[in-house]
Design a protein around this ligand. Structure first.
Ligand SMILES: [Zn+2]
Length: 327
C-alpha cells in the first residue's frame, strides 16, 4: 500500500478511537464497557443518626479502663472468631461486634454501671488485651494484621433497623437453621428471625453425642428447680415434644413436667437446643449446632465468605431487614 493512502487511513482510525474513548467516558456505551459491574445494592450505606463513640469504657479483670473503640474491637474479634476465617467473615464479625457495643453503650448496664462493656463472654463479649494479642499472634503476626484490617476497613459501620443500632447477637454454629429470638429468649425481635444457614458441618462443634445412664439423667434434671417424679422405665419418661420450625426444642414434657428446650440445654449441658433423644439401656442425646443459635452464625458466615459473598451480604442474611450505616 502506498504511503499516500496509508496516512488518511491512520488518521481516520485514530479519530474514531478518540471518539469511542470520549463516548465511553461519558457513559454513552453504558458502564459495563469501561468498568466492571458494581453490586450497587450492597454497597449503599445509610447515614447514621446515632453517634459511634470513639472511646469506650471496659471492665476487664476488675479494672475499668477507657480505650479506643477500634482497639477494643481488635481484642473482641480476635477472641470471638478464629483469625483463620475469611476476611469477609471477619469484617462481618467486626461490624456485628461494633454494633453490639454501640447498642450496649446507649444505656448504663446495671451489672457494671461504670463501664460500657465487660470482658465476660457470658455477659458482654470476650476480649483479649493488646499484650495477650501480641503473645497469641507472636508467630503469626499476619493473622493479627488480618483482624485489624477487618476492623479498620469497616470503621464506623454499624447495623441498623428502623434507624437504631441492633442487638447484633451471634453464635458459633447453627443446626443448619438459625433460631427466632422469641423461641430462645421469649421476646420477639423483628430482625432476629430463623434463616437457613449452610456450611455448618465445617464446624468441629457441629454435632455432639452425649450419653446418660438413667441415674445420671435423673440427677441432671433434679439439679434444676422443677422436681420430677421419675417412673422406673426411661422409655415412659418422654411425653409431648414441641419443636419450632428449625427443628429445635421449644418444650419437652418429662414425666408430666414440661421443660423448655433452653432449660434442658442448661441442665444436660448440651451445646444447643437442637437435639434428638434415643432411649435404650442408656439415654443418648445427639445435638446439632453450638450456641443459642440466634443472629449470625460464625461458621455460616465463613461459608458464605468462601462462596464469594461480602460482609454486607452476610449481615443482611443473618439480620433480617437491616441496613448497614456509617458516619
Ligand atoms: Zn458485661
Amino acid at each position: 500500500m502506498k504511503k499516500t493512502t496509508l496516512f488518511p487511513l491512520l488518521c481516520f482510525t485514530v479519530f474514531f478511537f478518540f471518539l469511542w474513548l470520549l463516548a465511553a467516558c461519558f457513559g454513552f456505551f453504558g458502564k459495563e464497557y469501561i468498568s466492571a459491574p458494581i453490586k450497587e445494592s450492597n454497597s449503599k450505606k445509610s447515614a447514621l443518626t446515632v453517634p459511634v463513640p470513639k472511646t469506650i469504657t471496659l471492665l476487664h479483670q476488675g479494672t475499668v479502663t477507657a480505650l479506643s473503640l477500634e482497639e477494643y474491637l481488635y481484642g473482641v474479634v480476635a477472641a470471638e472468631m478464629p483469625a483463620s476465617f475469611e476476611e469477609e467473615a471477619l469484617k462481618a464479625q467486626a461490624v456485628a461486634a461494633r454494633t453490639y457495643t454501640v447498642n450496649r453503650s446507649q444505656t448504663p448496664n446495671p451489672n457494671h454501671p461504670d463501664a460500657n462493656v465487660c470482658s465476660e463472654s457470658s455477659h458482654c463479649k470476650a476480649y483479649l488485651p493488646p499484650e495477650e494479642l501480641s503473645r497469641k499472634f507472636q508467630n503469626e503476626p499476619q493473622l493479627l494484621k488480618k483482624i485489624q484490617t477487618a476492623v479498620d476497613d469497616t470503621k464506623s459501620e454499624i447495623i441498623i433497623y428502623n434507624g437504631e443500632p441492633i442487638s447484633a447477637v451471634f453464635h458459633s454454629t447453627s443446626s443448619g437453621m438459625t433460631e427466632n429470638a422469641q423461641d430462645v429468649w421469649g421476646n420477639s425481635v423483628p430482625y432476629l428471625l430463623s434463616v437457613v444457614s449452610e456450611g455448618e458441618e465445617a464446624s468441629p462443634r457441629y454435632q455432639e453425642t452425649k450419653t446418660f445412664t438413667p441415674e445420671e439423667f435423673i440427677e441432671a434434671l433434679n439439679r434444676g428447680e422443677k422436681k420430677v417424679s421419675f417412673s422406673e422405665s426411661p422409655a415412659e419418661w418422654f411425653g409431648e415434644w414441641i419443636k419450632n420450625d428449625s427443628g429445635s426444642t421449644k418444650s419437652l414434657t418429662i414425666c408430666g413436667i414440661p421443660f423448655l428446650g433452653t432449660e434442658l440445654r442448661s441442665l444436660l449441658g448440651l451445646r444447643s437446643t437442637h437435639f434428638e433423644i434415643s432411649v435404650a439401656d442408656i439415654i443418648t442425646v445427639t445435638t446439632k449446632g453450638n450456641g443459642h443459635g440466634v443472629g449470625m452464625s460464625q461458621y455460616g458466615a465463613n461459608d458464605m465468605a468462601k462462596r464469594g459473598y461480602s460482609y454486607e451480604d452476610i449481615l443482611k442474611k443473618y439480620y433480617t431487614g437491616v441496613e448497614i450505616a456509617n458516619q
